[in-house]
Design a protein around this ligand. Structure first.
Ligand SMILES: *Cc1c(COP(=O)(O)O)cnc(C)c1O
Length: 451
C-alpha cells in the first residue's frame, strides 16, 4: 500500500510532438466531400473557415508533428496532468484489477478541450484572423476557446445550444469573463438559425444547428474563422498529448494497460488517450480501446458508417463516419458534450476496421458511477466523463468475476463543477433513462445523402 499513487512528470517531460495516427492506420480515411459539388474537398474550399496550418494537419500523413513553442508555453500552465491510481475505487469494487485515470480536469477551463483550443487559436492568430466563431453544447468547448482567444487577444463568438444556455448560466458567465460573446442557438442572427426558428420557434437547439450558425458567420466574414472542438483530424491530433503523457507515466512504473476507456462524443478525448496505444496495437501489442457513449445518442453502437454532413444546415463537408443522421435530435440528457449525431472519421474508420470497441450506457448508471467515484476518489466528474468511469467499472467487475488481474486506464476528461443542476436532478430521483427507438433512428438514417 506504499505504492506511489499519483504519477507526475516534470514540465520538461511534456511531449514536444503530437502523434498523427493517419501515418499508421492500415486503411486510410475516405476523402471528405464538398457539400455542394460532392467532389473531394480542397484546401482552397476549407480556407474560408480554417487557417492553412490546420488544413495541413487535417490531411497530414506525417507521424509526428511539432508542438509550437508558443503553444508549449500555454500548455505548461497545467500540463503535464496527473495520472492517478484509483486505489479507493478499486477497494470499493473489491476488484483485482488496477485502475488508473488521467485527469484532464486540471486545465483552467476544466476539461481536455483546452488542449486543442490553444493550438487552434494560435494558428489562426498567426494567420491574421481576428475573430473565431464556434458552437458549444455543455459549455466546455466554448469555455476552452474563449480562454484560448483571450490568451492570443482575439474575439470569440460562441453559439450555445439553447437548452444549455438556460440550464447552465454559470458556464455562460465563465465564457464572458474571458471576453466571449455568447449567443443562444438557434438565433435570429443567422440564416440557418432563422430558418429553423421559422419551423420550430421553441427549438431547444442542438450541436448540429449551432455549428451551422457558427460556420455561416465564419464563411461570410474575411477576418473570421471557425473552430471545432472535436471530430476533426487536427483536433484529435492535438489531443494525443494526453495518451503520450500517459505512456511516459506508465513506462516509469513499468505498467501498461490491457484496456483503455474514454467517453465518446465527437471522439477527441477518447482518441487522445487511446491513439498512442493503438500505434502499438498496429504492431501486434494486445491492448483494447473502448469508446463509451450514451444510449440516448448511440452513434457507434447503432448508427451507420456512411457519408453525412456535420451539421443540420448542410454547410459543412460530407465525411464518412458513423452517424445517426444530421437531422437526428438527441433528447436533452445531461451529458451535453455527448449529444452529437456523428463521430470523428478517424474513430469511425478504426471502429469499422475492428481496432476499437464501443459500449453504450444509460444516463442513470453513469450518474451512479459518478457518485461512487466522487465518494471514493473525491473528484466530482463531468457527466460526460462519468461514461468513462462507468466503462472502467464494468471492466473492473469483469476482472473480479474472472479473477484475472488486469490494468484499466481511463480518461477523466473534465470535472463537473458546472453540472450541479444535473447532479441535483439525479439526487432528487428525477433523471430518467432515454433510449431512442429504432424507428426514429431509421427515419433519420433514411435521410442520409446518397453518395
Ligand atoms: C466535450 C466533452 C466530452 C466529449 O467530447 P469528445 O470530443 O468525445 O471528447 C467528454 N468529456 C468532457 C468533459 C467534455 O467536455
Amino acid at each position: 500500500m506504499n505504492e506511489t499513487r499519483k504519477h507526475i512528470l516534470a514540465e520538461s517531460e511534456i511531449p514536444r510532438q503530437w502523434y498523427n495516427i493517419q501515418a499508421d492506420m492500415p486503411n486510410k480515411l475516405a476523402p471528405s466531400l464538398h457539400p455542394g459539388t460532392k467532389q473531394p474537398i480542397t484546401a482552397e474550399d476549407l480556407s474560408s473557415i480554417f487557417p492553412l496550418e490546420l488544413i495541413k494537419q487535417e490531411v497530414s500523413q506525417e507521424r509526428w508533428i511539432d508542438i509550437p513553442d508558443e503553444v508549449m508555453e500555454k500548455y505548461r500552465i497545467w500540463r503535464p496532468t496527473p495520472l492517478i491510481r484509483a486505489v479507493a475505487l478499486e477497494r470499493a469494487l473489491d476488484t483485482p484489477a488496477k485502475i488508473y485515470y488521467k485527469y484532464e480536469g486540471t486545465s483552467p477551463a476544466g476539461s481536455h478541450k483546452v488542449n486543442t483550443a490553444i493550438p487552434q487559436a494560435y494558428y489562426n492568430k498567426i494567420a491574421g484572423i481576428k475573430n473565431l466563431t464556434t458552437e458549444t453544447g455543455a459549455g466546455q468547448w466554448g469555455s476552452s476557446l474563449s480562454l484560448a482567444c483571450s490568451f492570443y487577444d482575439m474575439a470569440c463568438t460562441v453559439y450555445m445550444v439553447k437548452v444549455s444556455y438556460q440550464q447552465k448560466p454559470y458556464r455562460r458567465s465563465f465564457m464572458q469573463i474571458y471576453g466571449a460573446d455568447v449567443i443562444p442557438s438557434p438565433s435570429e442572427k443567422t440564416e440557418a438559425g432563422r430558418n429553423l426558428l421559422a419551423i420550430d420557434p421553441n427549438s431547444n437547439g442542438s450541436l448540429g444547428i449551432a455549428i451551422s450558425e457558427a460556420v455561416e458567420v465564419a464563411m461570410s466574414n474575411r477576418d473570421t474563422n471557425y473552430a471545432l472542438g472535436s471530430v476533426m483530424n487536427h483536433v484529435i491530433l492535438h489531443q494525443t498529448i494526453i495518451g503520450l503523457e500517459v505512456k511516459k507515466q506508465l513506462e516509469k512504473i513499468g505498467d501498461y494497460p490491457d484496456v483503455v476507456v474514454g467517453a465518446c462524443g465527437g471522439g477527441s478525448n477518447f482518441s487522445g488517450i487511446a491513439f498512442p496505444f493503438l500505434q502499438d496495437k498496429f504492431m501486434g501489442t494486445k491492448v483494447r480501446a473502448v469508446a463509451v457513449e450514451p444510449t440516448a445518442c448511440p452513434t457507434l453502437t447503432r448508427g451507420v458508417f456512411a457519408y453525412d454532413y456535420g451539421d443540420l444546415g448542410k454547410l459543412t463537408p460530407l465525411s464518412k463516419m458513423y452517424t445517426l443522421g444530421s437531422s437526428f435530435m438527441p433528447s436533452g440528457i445531461h451529458a451535453g458534450g455527448l449529444r452529437y449525431h456523428g463521430e470523428s472519421p478517424l474513430v469511425s474508420q478504426l471502429y469499422h476496421d475492428g481496432f476499437i470497441e464501443a459500449q453504450a450506457f444509460n444516463q442513470r448508471e453513469t450518474f451512479e458511477a459518478a457518485i461512487l467515484f466522487s465518494k471514493t476518489e473525491g473528484i466530482v466528474p463531468a457527466p460526460e466523463a462519468a461514461h468513462a468511469i462507468r466503462g472502467a467499472i464494468v471492466e473492473a467487475l469483469k476482472a473480479k468475476e474472472s479473477g484475472e488481474s488486469k490494468t484499466i486506464l481511463f480518461c477523466l476528461s473534465g470535472h463537473g463543477h458546472f453540472d450541479m443542476g444535473a447532479y441535483d436532478q439525479y439526487l432528487a430521483g428525477n433523471l430518467v433513462d432515454v433510449r431512442c427507438d429504432e424507428e426514429e433512428i431509421q427515419r433519420n438514417i433514411a435521410k442520409l445523402p446518397q453518395i
